[in-house]
Design a protein around this ligand. Structure first.
Ligand SMILES: Cc1cc2nc3c(=O)[nH]c(=O)nc-3n(C[C@H](O)[C@H](O)[C@H](O)COP(=O)(O)OP(=O)(O)OC[C@H]3O[C@@H](n4cnc5c(N)ncnc54)[C@H](O)[C@@H]3O)c2cc1C
Length: 418
């Protein structure tokens, strides 16, 4: 590969919520003025905006307070149609051996820590559109093309987007779990299939969702109901692959009956209002998040089980941390692709991720899927958490994404990055 004519300071491959957010944060902080950076995002599949009155999509995520603040710093949160976003005030978690709405169920209430809510549920597509729009509005460029290869030189990275060749000083891989950027740099991963599939769909429920996220640990999986803005709920039902295949092949009526049984009737009778989709679940962690002139963020760097609703939020924290490290380097007169700030980013995010990934795996192993004595002990341990206000506060801080070393963009009243 040689002779690229097109030059960028920073190229972000992947305009998913995480890549687009990193791009918008950087563009707003360093994309104008005398020494403005030239920043581009390569995204082959930009999603269409939701049409007026279009029903809610079944692919939604719970955004933590930290995630919301970072998206606000990127200029994206206010672009999301508030009518389609549902803040949630409570989270109720209960193991299979208890009835639904048992007084022993673990209830996290935002009001108990003086917060209005614990976060908000929004459609992935809507957040992605808003974030790409915020990047463009700040003067960024979106290249409708997919990454196909690279070659790293001392002074730049030469990148191939199909037929198109270009050079950049910093390349950010935000191209998701199957990252080609990660593969091309030669970064190894530790990965394993959970042997589970998450069935996602939206359901109409007999009882109101009460702005509450409900999650039942089933012993053979988890079933979550996330409250949606139109009164329906989004289900994420993570179960063994073979069982999921059976459930996906069932008729609508049979599926609704099986779902109702798994829910313990917490929201009354249930009726599907979208198609069902099955998503295979795996965990993944890249051995390095940074290399010469390259960094990985979001699912390209790490994938966690969806049961804690943290994947995209961890990715947004990566985006904000990376941008902060790059801006520090620029202030010190360094090149945006200098290795030292990228290593700083890597150390920071790896140390934050390790305990979170361990906790999520523990929840999956002992609370969601465990059947043995350890699992029973863990399920009973949940009840202790319920009796300790201090422990509950700790869990709420985790759910809000406000524990650990936060990037400036995730702190309260964060000023625009500069
Ligand atoms: C069932 C389920 C429920 C979940 N619920 C939650 C939740 O409630 N809360 C939460 O925080 N997280 C949740 N997650 C996790 C969350 O969906 C992911 O962590 C998040 O989508 C990762 O965002 P990303 O931008 O890193 O990657 P992606 O969303 O995968 O985006 C990657 C982007 O890169 C682009 N791309 C791919 N290849 C190329 C290429 N070669 N060149 C250029 N571009 C490319 C793609 O088109 C895409 O736009 C859930 C996940 C699952 C499976």
């Amino acid at each position: 590969m040689s002779g690229a004519e097109e030059h960028w300071d920073v190229l972000i491959v992947g305009g998913g919520p995480v890549g687009a957010c990193a791009a918008a944060l950087l563009q707003r902080a360093a994309g104008s003025g005398r020494r403005a950076l030239r920043i581009a995002v390569a995204e082959p599949a930009r999603p269409a905006r939701a049409a007026e009155g279009e029903p809610l999509d079944a692919r939604v995520s719970a955004f933590s307070r930290a995630g919301e603040r970072i998206l606000a710093s990127a200029g994206a949160w206010e672009r999301i149609d508030a009518q389609r976003v549902q803040p949630y005030e409570r989270m109720c978690v209960w193991p299979a051996h208890l009835p639904a709405r048992s007084p022993d169920a673990l209830l996290f209430d935002a009001a108990a820590v003086g917060e209005a809510d614990l976060g908000a549920i929004a459609e992935n597509r809507l957040v992605q559109c808003a974030t790409l729009d915020a990047f463009e509005a700040a003067g960024g460029t979106i290249l409708t093309a997919g990454f196909t290869g690279l070659s790293i030189r001392d002074e730049a990275v030469e990148v191939q987007l199909g037929e198109r060749s270009l050079r950049c000083r910093l390349l950010v891989g935000a191209d998701g779990a199957r990252s080609r950027v990660r593969e091309s740099i030669g970064i190894a991963v530790q990965a394993a299939d959970y042997g589970q599939t998450a069935i996602v769909a939206n359901v109409r429920t007999e009882r109101p969702h009460e702005r509450t996220a409900w999650q039942r640990f089933l012993g053979a999986g988890t079933l979550a109901f996330l409250p949606l803005a139109d009164g329906t709920s989004s289900i994420v039902w993570s179960i063994e692959e073979a069982v999921a295949r059976e459930r996906l092949a069932m008729s609508q009526t049979q599926f609704e009956a099986a779902l109702q049984e798994a829910s313990g009737g917490v929201l009354g009778t249930l009726e599907l209002c979208t198609e069902r989709a099955g998503l295979a679940l795996r965990r993944l962690r890249a051995e390095r998040f940074a290399a010469a002139r390259c960094a990985l963020i979001g699912d390209a760097a790490h994938v966690v089980h969806p049961l804690a609703g943290q994947g995209v939020n961890l990715g947004l924290l990566d985006a904000a941390a990376l941008v902060q490290c790059v801006l520090q380097a620029l202030r010190a007169g360094e090149d945006p692709g200098a290795l030292a700030p990228l290593r700083r980013y890597e150390r920071w995010r790896k140390s934050e991720l390790a305990p979170m990934a361990l906790a999520i795996d523990g929840f999956n192993r002992f609370l969601a899927h465990g059947q043995g004595p350890l699992a029973r002990a863990a399920q009973h341990g949940l009840l202790w958490v319920n009796r300790s206000e201090a422990l509950k506060r700790l869990f709420i801080a985790q759910a809000l994404g406000l524990s650990g070393e936060l990037p400036a963009a995730a702190r309260p009243g964060a000023p625009p990055l500069s």
